[in-house]
Design a protein around this ligand. Structure first.
Ligand SMILES: [Zn+2]
Ligand SMILES: [Zn+2]
Length: 238
């Protein structure tokens, strides 16, 4: 199965735009997060050969501008009734805007199975700048095990991976990809997180977006060939 980054702080390909935020296309039909600028998201989708009309559903990790910005233009052009998976703790205004634009709000309280290959973790609570910031991850069952796709990981990347582990206790943990939010963490904290990721048995990592350069280097050093550098346009097979 193919995961392709549609929106990231840097780009891996000429013709694909970069911008602060995150979005990833999963198997050509599931959009995880929508970046900040709708024009960049739609440009990159088109450039990489994806159609809005082929989307089965959208998963929004958390209600931050750099993850939800592209959603509204997308809903204006998508088929009516496009399911958008949100956390119950997202704002009422956010959910009603989805409905106003013809989308279908799907609230994942606890883990919610989409089909045999995809599950959303459901809401994991966290606090960001003294405000509640609930977040969810997408768990993908691929040929090599499970992959965890994260937006910013405000509840903590290890907490999010552990939730995926609880949902699938027996599957190998193949990949963790997305924002790990370690920009403000010190060397010791980063080191502990890298060790915890190894202890959980995570085989491959693709940290990006708000992970921070120091943490990205630490993961590169620890994972070597199993560290996957990613940016907008990158493809990772799972
Ligand atoms: Zn972010
Ligand atoms: Zn965020």
């Amino acid at each position: 199965m193919k995961l392709q980054i549609l929106y990231d702080n840097s780009t891996a390909q000429t013709g694909v735009l970069s911008g602060w935020g995150f979005s990833c296309m999963v198997d050509g039909t599931i959009l995880f997060d929508t970046g900040e600028k709708p024009e960049s998201l739609l440009h990159n989708m088109h450039q990489l050969g994806y159609n809005v009309s082929s989307l089965r559903l959208v998963v929004i990790s958390h209600e931050h501008w750099d993850h939800v910005g592209g959603l509204w233009e997308l809903l204006k052009t998508s088929a009516a009734g496009l399911p958008v998976y949100v956390c119950p703790g997202f704002s009422g205004g956010f959910k009603s805007e989805i409905m106003r634009l013809g989308g279908l709000v799907v609230e994942a309280v606890s883990s919610s199975v989409i089909d045999e290959s995809f599950t959303v973790t459901g809401e994991i609570p966290s606090v960001y700048k003294n405000e509640p910031m609930p977040e969810q991850a997408l768990v993908i069952r691929g040929s090599r095990g499970i992959s965890v796709l994260t937006g910013c990981s405000h509840p903590g990347i290890i907490t999010m991976v552990k939730r995926a582990r609880e949902i699938y206790p027996h599957d190998p943990l193949d990949l963790v990809m997305g924002g790990f939010h370690l920009m403000n963490s010190d060397e010791e904290q980063i080191g502990n997180i890298v060790l915890a990721m190894k202890d959980l048995g995570v085989r491959r990592v693709a940290p990006t977006h708000c992970t921070g350069d120091a943490a990205i280097s630490a993961f590169r050093n620890a994972y070597r060939d199993d560290f996957i550098p990613v940016a907008a346009g990158s493809i990772v097979e799972v």
